[in-house]
Design a protein around this ligand. Structure first.
Ligand code: ATP
Ligand code: MN
Length: 444
């Protein structure tokens, strides 16, 4: 079981670490909640007992830096003495947490993984399937956090689930506008709040909300489902660990339909609903009976979950893009490059704006194809957009291929016929075949 050893890592310049110290004696089942903005960090030392941050254990004696902006909880199952150095914006002990419920869910999933790995048959005589779990709930219910908790517990039990992130707005594996997946092989690194390991498999939807092109979103989820199936075929051991799917907080109307679609194509067999009786009842009725029966369970939302405003969400998205290029602690060096537009093949998806009904002949319906790709002619249209470098080898493959990485369009000079973009690294791009998104973001 991996523990965090960050004693050697220096405090980053941008984050203050004050000398203030406070020690907490946490009773069994309590958690210390620490909220840090982007200017602060704290060092957490466990002096005795057991302590973990969203399922990642903190070893006794080790010193873990937690760098803002982050909101974390140091939870203890059996009681712990924890020292915090630094001055967080908010710090308090939560005496009631739903962690026990989350652990119970994990225990059931782990038993299923083990039975699947041993090739056991279930009560119905069929082989036990790997747990394919989807976490759903409204915005700010703690979906991403519970995914982390469940993934960390699985890894600590020797499993390696595939984490699938379908949240194009607040995903945790890559830049906004993507659906992605990665194998979880180590607990989340508390300092960075990321899953260490191989880069994720990424499909580019190109916008921060699936409503802009729901067909494209569905298409990308279907491609990702193909990746999941491929992994199961290739590696039975990894396959028996199953998948954990994080979803977006849009649970009404089209958002709800997209959840159902994802559950179907990813062959989800367990849905965990966070804190909403209505959604739980709705999903149970829809998925919980019949032949392809899905277990639909409900868990409570934690009081520790911190609400985020629309502006904070926008900021978080921009920060993701910055982190992609500059690194979590500004340790990467992206380069700005200028290229001839004629040498690049940038495509976009969608039939463009639909003609208003009034402009069509009577009886005709709009025929724009949401999955139509067309070459971007005027690069000013993609100024300040993220453009994905595709693994596709022809334009026809663009929609079905995952992406190698991203560039950011910084400047377009129509007269000179050039585009200036920010690239994660120096040198030629791995491909000149690219897919542009519509999501715009601004940073230096
Ligand atoms: P979204 O709808 O934006 O995707 P979400 O439902 O995924 O939100 P989270 O991102 O899991 O919610 O939680 C929101 C914030 O609350 C995060 O910063 C997370 O670290 C924090 N948080 C969650 N649980 C706790 C807790 N028990 N104590 C302190 N902070 C917490
Ligand atoms: Mn989330």
């Amino acid at each position: 079981m991996a523990t965090q050893q960050h004693g050697a890592i220096a405090a980053t310049d941008a984050h203050t670490l004050s000398a203030d110290k406070e020690t907490f004696d946490l009773a069994a089942g309590h958690e210390l909640r620490v909220e840090l903005d982007h200017t602060t960090q704290v060092a957490v030392t466990v002096h005795a007992g057991d302590a973990e941050v969203f399922g990642t254990p903190l070893g006794v004696g080790g010193r873990t830096l937690v760098v803002g902006p982050q909101k974390v909880a140091v939870y203890t199952m059996g009681g712990a003495r924890v020292e915090v150095q630094g001055s967080p914006e908010v710090m308090y002990v939560g005496e009631e947490t739903p962690m026990r419920q989350y652990i119970n869910v994990h225990d059931v999933l782990q038993a299923q993984r083990d039975a699947c790995g041993r090739g056991e048959a279930g009560a119905d005589g069929a082989l036990v399937a790997p747990p394919k779990v989807m976490l759903v709930g409204p915005t700010d219910s703690g979906k991403s956090t519970i995914c982390k908790v469940l993934a960390n517990y699985a890894v600590r039990c020797g499993s390696s689930p595939l984490f699938v992130d379908l949240d194009v707005g607040q995903g945790s594996l890559t830049v906004p506008g993507c659906v992605s997946a990665c194998a979880v092989e180590h607990p989340v690194d508390v300092e960075d709040a990321v899953f260490p390991g191989e880069p994720p498999v990424v499909f580019y939807v190109g916008s921060a909300s699936p409503s802009e092109n729901a067909d494209l979103y569905r298409h990308c989820v279907e491609r990702l489902a193909g990746v999941v199936e491929e992994r199961e075929r290739r590696d039975a051991v990894a396959g028996s660990s199953g998948i954990l799917v994080n979803t977006m907080g849009w649970v009404e109307g089209l958002g709800y339909e997209l959840l159902l679609h994802a559950a179907e194509v990813l062959k989800v067999n367990t849905v965990v609903v966070i804190g909403q009786d209505r959604l739980h009842a709705q999903l149970k009725k829809r998925l919980g009976s019949g032949s392809g029966k899905v277990a639909v369970v409900k868990v409570a939302k934690s009081d520790g979950v911190v609400l985020r405003s629309k502006e904070q969400r926008q900021e978080a998205r921009q920060r993701r893009v910055e982190e992609y290029f500059y690194g979590l602690r500004k340790d990467l060096m992206p380069v700005s490059q200028t290229a001839k537009i004629e040498n690049l093949e940038v495509y976009r998806v969608g039939g463009g704006p639909k003609a208003p009904r009034s402009a069509l002949p009577i009886g005709a319906t709009s025929v724009s194809d949401p999955l139509k790709i067309s070459k971007v002619g005027d690069f000013r249209d993609i100024l300040n957009c993220m453009v994905a470098i595709s693994h596709a080898s022809s334009p026809e493959e663009l929609l079905n291929a995952n992406v190698a990485g991203f560039i950011y369009v910084q400047d377009v000079d129509v007269e000179k016929g050039t585009v200036t973009y920010l690239s994660p690294r120096d040198g030629a791009l791995p491909s000149t075949l690219m897919l542009a998104g519509t999501y715009r973001t601004y940073f230096d």
